[in-house]
Write a protein that binds this ligand. Structure first.
Ligand SMILES: Cc1ncc(COP(=O)(O)O)c(C=O)c1O
Length: 390
């Protein structure tokens, strides 16, 4: 077989190697000046007041819920179409995830879905908004005051954005990371920029930032890097809260600094791939592609899902099998939370209560989309899919 196209492929340039070598040569491998530099650069990129580096988006989401004061039995809204991390963090507090449907066309939580959920549950304490696949949810609505931000502010519900898929995504000409109360990014190995494992939190709130910095490293009241780099002997510290071990080491941050330099270049390459996919797949009646509400050039294109719709003669699983036989690896994002044993059984969730997500899930396939995907490979994928579905 000529083609063997993986679902994801990491993209590293020479700077990743050079910056990691600098860290190895420096004698300080854990969180220090490179993590600070990464935070400074990220903060300038998205234009947020604070950026706090962490070792995953899951830790970021946990710290965010802790900072806003989530407690046992509090209700937190989360969409069904997401990775379990978005919901499991709610359970870390013994709080209750209110798992809601998404819009089939965009794969996103919508203002209508949130409003109807708030009619059912008047005591919701927070919302986690997932910007699925790199497309921004409708935070602002230019034509009315009905965007997600307005609705949540009206109900005094803090907004945590799960932007694991959404760097660098723009909404109304501003980067995601500057809208809700706290935004959480992922730099997991297959994300749009990576540090191997890692994450970043952005916020404009001094209070939340102080709390999350404290809880990121054991609740220790000072930064070990400051002690290490102090010109005077310095060893004392105090523990003022039972914190976590969520800091991002300098080795990982060094990769992040290099990746951030190329974030737009890599996004542009994924966009070119998405443009070719759109052009070809929009002509196939048995395939739906998500409707764009974020302009092409503001979409980070973390995922490119196609949906084998109900006019298809062939099932989603058979398409996946045939693609694999033609050297193309794919994935499914996601088996929804209400279908997962833990959430289904704990909260008695029923598939029929999630019509938008069910329709999407039954047909969805995520195709390879990454900067190093060659034109040859893209056209091979298009040809095989046309052969199967057209
Ligand atoms: C939507 C979403 N949220 C959160 C996460 C968790 O990210 P991390 O692996 O950095 O903890 C992921 C990871 O895939 C994700 O896709």
């Amino acid at each position: 077989m000529k083609y063997k196209i993986p679902f994801a492929r990491t993209n590293t340039s020479t700077n990743e190697y050079d910056y990691v070598k600098d860290v190895l040569d420096s004698g300080w491998l854990t969180t220090g000046k490179v993590a600070k530099k990464f935070e400074e650069n990220f903060k300038s990129y998205v234009n947020s007041k604070h950026a706090i580096s962490v070792n995953s988006c899951t830790s970021a989401l946990h710290l965010a819920l802790e900072a806003i004061g989530i407690k046992e039995n509090d209700k937190v809204i989360v969409p069904a179409l997401t990775f379990t991390a978005s919901a499991e963090v709610i359970r870390y507090f013994k709080a209750i995830p209110i798992i809601v449907d998404i819009d089939y066309d965009t794969c996103l939580i919508t203002p209508e879905i949130v409003e109807s959920t708030l009619k059912k549950f008047s005591d919701v304490k927070a919302i986690i908004i997932v910007h699925f696949g790199g497309q921004a949810a409708q935070l602002l609505d230019n034509n009315s005051n009905k965007g997600l931000l307005n609705i949540c502010r009206k109900h005094k519900i803090p907004i945590i954005e799960d932007a694991a898929h959404a760097f660098p995504t723009k909404h109304n000409d501003k980067f995601i990371g500057t809208f809700g109360d706290i935004t959480c990014f992922s730099f997991y190995a297959n994300k749009t920029i990576t540090t191997g494992e890692g994450g970043m939190i952005t916020t404009d709130s001094d209070e939340y930032a102080t709390r999350m910095r404290l809880m990121r490293l054991h609740g220790i009241d000072r930064d070990p890097w400051n002690n290490y780099s102090s010109p005077k002997p310095k060893w004392d510290y105090d523990v003022v809260a039972p914190g976590f071990k969520y800091n991002l080491p300098d080795i990982n941050a060094a990769i992040g600094v290099a990746q951030l330099e190329r974030a737009e270049d890599m996004r542009m390459k994924r966009q070119k791939c998405a443009q070719l996919y759109n052009e070809h797949f929009s002509q196939i009646t048995s395939i739906d592609i998500p409707v764009l509400t974020t302009p092409m050039k503001h979409h980070s294109w973390h995922l490119y899902p196609i949906i084998i719709n109900n006019t298809s003669q062939i099932s989603r699983d058979d398409v996946v099998k045939l693609l694999f036989e033609n050297g193309i690896s794919t994935s499914v994002h996601y088996k929804p939370l209400y279908r997962m044993k833990y959430y289904k059984e704990t909260y008695n969730l029923i598939n029929d209560n999630y019509p938008g997500c069910e329709k999407y899930y039954k047909g969805c396939i995520s195709l390879p989309i990454y900067p190093s995907l060659s034109k040859d490979e893209i056209f091979h994928i298009i040809k095989v899919i046309k052969g199967i579905c057209a």
